[in-house]
Design a protein around this ligand. Structure first.
Ligand code: ADP
Ligand code: MG
Ligand code: ZN
Length: 624
């Protein structure tokens, strides 16, 4: 989607268009205009024709230059300018004399040759020079954001949006009601400052949009630009990073100078963590001078202007904890606007917003799709809608169906369905048991979420099979039992392999990773073990970007912690094993069914699970 990144005041014409124009001009001049001028009414004849004409006294004037002999011949009573290639003919002068031809007359062609010279050499050069000057001027302008001439390096390249030029409104942002409310207030303040100053309220100088990638932070800022009827300066943190020390600081200065002139207005700095990282003293690298200077300048500028003038600074980041504390103190970015991953309802709304842009079948159930896309960000949901439309086109349909959406969820979340990667039958069987192992353990534990879809069609992400778990309703609080059940479900795949094939494969790598992460968090952060009670063993930084854990305990405790994690996972693994053993008949039945069908839905799964056991002899499927 085009987010309205265009500059309202001038349209950018791509460079190659200029080249094409220049080339076309040259070609036209060379092929059409020059020959037409220089050869206008000049007929080229051969030498013998020329001599013939001389003998017959048809020739009146002759001019000789280095290459050609130009002569005026009388033909059918009309004087015609002719030329012929000059031959090494010592008798020429005599012959001409004898014929009484005027050789000393003014050279009829000189002017034309001179003209040709000018046209073919001088004019192109002049054109080139002019175009070159014009281009370099244009480049200077677009680089410097103004007619800055050569020394425009210190200019900020903030794009100024005038009222609603982004075309994005708050209604284009689905969900995120809290963020929208806070931003609406800012917009309102800029429109009616009197209302606020009456009771002495002052707006925060800056607001920081924080949240995971793809949740719509940039989109929200653009919506503010669309809603606010004041100038909106938008710049990305990385644009401050310059080759030369001091340039970033100069840009900051320029940005705020412009903002002050245009007040009331909004300044938006996207990805502010690029320049706002914690300053870390000298350090060993010592190469951060430029960034620090830029940051210092930003801090100074934010202190420097008074908010009563109506300059509000917005910034966005997905790494709030890496920001320098000085940026966050009151008087700077003192308002934090969380932009979190959408919940079930938010996801549905986002899907609807984006689905407006495509044609869909009436039968599409957005609530179902939203449910299946748990954990997806706004950007991923937008992507899911687009993928669904692409699939519809690929299949030659005019609109997207529910199946398109369901498939595109898997495309976006689990990677592309790989049609050409073929599993051997043995592998397919193992994967079938593995996936049914997950699903069966999940279904048999009362608190575990039912299964939405199970497939053994490999994905490009590397997963050989895939069991999609869907929570009936979302919840934010997880009990200890639920977490344990989740771990058991993760181990269920491997447990099924062990139980049936008595050997294990690499297929469980991802399960192992997830189970470990969960178990570790339970003990080190959620206080769910007897040994450590409510003591935090790990701190999490970068929570929006996956979260990096850093240990906060002694070496001995760490060893114990690791041991506890292993114990926890092992206990759940054993539990999963037990569940599968008790239901081995269903395991065979379901795995066989999945092996044949390759993809089964949650309903099919539950139906087979609840049926009385079919009369299949145990252990059969495993043998072949
Ligand atoms: P970030 O938070 O990383 O800045 P963006 O604002 O760039 O994320 O969002 C990327 C895209 O995802 C947007 O252009 C939009 O299409 C889609 N998107 C994200 N959140 C939402 C939302 N709440 N409503 C509608 N679309 C959204
Ligand atoms: Mg962004
Ligand atoms: Zn697995």
């Amino acid at each position: 989607m085009n987010l309205g990144n265009k500059k309202p005041e001038k349209r950018q014409i791509p460079m190659y268009v200029y080249y094409i124009i220049v080339a076309a001009v040259i070609i036209i001049l060379n092929w059409i205009v020059f020959p037409a001028i220089s050869q206008r009414s000049v007929i080229t004849t051969d030498y013998s024709t020329f001599l013939n004409n001389v003998e017959r006294q048809n020739v009146s004037e002759v001019t000789v230059d280095d290459n050609y002999i130009y002569y005026v011949a009388r033909k059918d009573g009309v004087d015609t300018m002719c030329r012929t290639v000059r031959m090494d003919d010592p008798n020429l002068v005599e012959r001409l004399d004898a014929a009484g031809v005027n050789m000393s007359a003014a050279e009829p062609q000189t002017q034309s040759i001179f003209l040709t010279l000018i046209l073919s050499y001088a004019i192109p050069i002049v054109i080139f020079v002019l175009i070159g000057r014009w281009l370099s001027k244009k480049m200077m302008n677009s680089m410097g954001g103004g007619p800055g001439g050569m020394m425009s390096f210190g200019k900020s390249n903030a794009k100024v949006y005038v009222k609603s030029s982004t075309g994005i409104k708050f209604t284009d942002v689905a969900g995120e009601d809290e963020a929208k409310e806070l931003l609406t207030e800012i917009v309102d303040y800029l429109h009616n400052p009197g209302k606020y100053s009456e009771i002495g309220a002052s707006m925060p100088k800056g607001a920081l949009l924080v949240g995971p990638p793809g949740t719509g932070k940039t989109l929200l800022a653009k919506a503010v630009a669309g809603e606010a009827e004041v100038p909106f300066f938008s710049i990305s943190g990385s644009e401050f990073v310059e080759m030369f020390v001091g340039m970033g600081a100069a840009k900051v200065r320029d940005l705020f100078k412009q903002a002050n002139e245009k007040a009331p207005c909004i300044v938006f700095i996207d990805e502010i963590d690029t320049i706002g990282k914690k300053r870390d003293g000298a350090g060993f690298t010592g190469g951060n001078d430029e960034r620090e200077q830029t940051l210092n300048q930003l801090l100074t500028e934010m202190d420097g202007f008074d908010s009563s003038k109506g300059v509000v600074i917005l910034a966005a980041t997905n790494r709030p904890d890496s920001l320098d504390p000085a940026l966050l103190r009151p008087g700077r970015f003192d308002r934090r606007i969380p932009v979190e991953l959408p919940d079930l309802q938010g996801r549905e709304e986002i899907l609807r917003v984006h689905a407006k842009k495509i044609k869909i079948a009436d039968s599409v159930r957005f609530d179902e799709i939203a449910k299946a896309a748990a954990g997806a960000s706004g950007a991923e949901l937008a992507n899911i809608v687009n993928e669904a439309a692409l699939r519809a086109v690929r299949d030659g349909r005019k609109f997207a169906t529910q199946a398109d959406f369901e498939e595109s969820i898997e495309v976006v979340i689990a990677g592309y369905q790989k049609k050409n990667r073929v599993l051997s039958n043995k592998e397919k069987l193992i994967v079938s048991y593995h996936e049914i192992g997950h699903a069966l353990v999940a279904a048999k534990q009362t608190d575990s979420a039912p299964v939405h879809k199970i497939t053994i069609i490999p994905r490009t992400s590397g997963a050989l099979g895939y069991t999609m778990q869907v929570d009936e309703q979302e919840h934010y609080l997880m009990t200890k039992e639920e977490l344990e059940n989740k771990i058991a479900t993760f181990t269920g795949g491997r447990a099924a392999e062990e139980l049936i094939f008595h050997s294990i494969t690499t297929g469980a790598a991802n399960d192992i990773e997830q189970a470990t992460k969960l178990a570790r968090a339970m003990i080190s952060r959620y206080g769910m073990s007897d040994e450590f009670d409510m003591v935090a063993m790990e701190n999490i930084s970068n929570q929006y970007l996956g979260g990096d854990a850093s240990l906060a305990c002694s070496f001995e405790t760490q060893t114990l912690l690791d041991k506890k994690v292993v114990e926890l996972v092992r206990a759940q693994h054993e539990k999963a094993m037990k569940i599968l053993q008790e239901n081995i008949g269903k395991l065979h039945e379901l795995a066989k069914y999945l092996y044949e069908q390759e993809t089964i839905t949650g309903e099919e799964f539950m139906k087979i699970l609840q049926q009385p056991l079919a009369a299949v002899t145990d252990g059969q499927a495993a043998q072949d």
